[in-house]
Design a protein around this ligand. Sequence first.
Ligand code: FAD
Length: 381
Amino acid sequence: MVNSITRREAGFLMSAGIAQGQSGPRVTVVGAGAFGGWTALHLLRAGARVTLVDSYGPGNSRASSGGETRITRAAYEDRVYADLTLRALEIWKESERKWNRKIFTPCGVVRLEGKASTGAAKLLKVLKDSGAPHRHLTAAEATKQFPQFDFTRVESVIWEPKHGLLRARQGCQAVRDAFEAEGGKFEQRALKPGDRVEADAVVWACGPWLGKLFPGLVPVKPTRQEVFFFGTPPGETIYDEQHMPCFIDDAEPDAHYYGTPGNDFRGLKLGDDAYGPDFDPDRGERRFTESMYAKIRAYLKFRFPKMAAAPLVETRVCQYEVSPDAHLILDKHPSEAKYWIAGGGSGHGYKLGAAVGERLSEMVLGKRAIDPFFSLARFKK
Ligand SMILES: Cc1cc2nc3c(=O)[nH]c(=O)nc-3n(C[C@H](O)[C@H](O)[C@H](O)COP(=O)(O)OP(=O)(O)OC[C@H]3O[C@@H](n4cnc5c(N)ncnc54)[C@H](O)[C@@H]3O)c2cc1C
């Protein structure tokens, strides 16, 4: 725990007209992705003197937060994620207004549930308990509401009309821009554990690189994930973000696809949520594989039959940064007193970033306890 400044002190600094962060603890945040960028900005606003560094830049093409879009949803089996998502969305909306930048598109999100889906009751309970607006539709109701989909083998659909998509790389860059505008220092450079850093605390928010940086301690594994964009018919608008929701397809027992509408005219985006093979985020070549392309094309034909002949217009290869239980890691390093670790988004971290950064900044400043649910110690049990 670093020397924390109190709210009163932070308030005094502001009311005295002294730039925030001139006398607070010095914190270096390594990694300007969804977790690190927001952590740095929240720390700065709480009065710390913050340096944010990233080897390749915020939302770069190798980062897990790179690329165009990420889905937000409160439909989780664990309440903590619904709370984080809802808080993060609040932060994004406030920030959009303040920065005059468009990051969130409220196109809604649907989750397709089949006979074999086991989690629907838990998801509905969490949605209800957390107060997240939602509706539970029959397949017939969903067919009327969302003509883009063929709901074959779908039993019901959970619809969250207030969620949607976040612009991923643009979001990271907007956070970095706000961070600099508010007095933070950003540097494009690589750091590694053991490097000399003039700081009271160092937050390692290095996404898929965490396992490499802390071998034997942080069990985060990068997995190769492919994403495909299909071109919509000329003049057709039903697949764009004004008319179509994001979706997560859990209707089949052993296949889990997701997608987003064609934001910014990029075409319908589809991906397979199953963890791919191990991947090196620094050196890995980002070319799609024929086998995944064939799988995704078959899925396109099945779920979006009117798009069956659509041409492939773009592809991306990214990586998930997977922890053993797919839950986040937000904890102190067990032996390096100054170090904090943030990561393990496991394919669902982006939407949480704004709220994760808020919590983590409070933890680093000694204002919030470490949550055992996100601790490193859970992997030792
Ligand atoms: C295809 C795909 C689809 C996804 N879909 C969703 C979705 O729909 N919804 C959702 O919420 N999440 C989704 N995710 C997951 C989400 O994007 C990630 O969990 C999240 O972006 C991780 O953010 P991060 O800040 O932990 O990591 P990153 O974004 O990878 O950031 C880490 C940063 O650290 C930097 N760095 C690493 N090592 C060093 C070093 N030594 N020195 C300096 N800098 C360093 C890197 O350059 C990088 O910028 C998806 C991910 C992928 C790949």
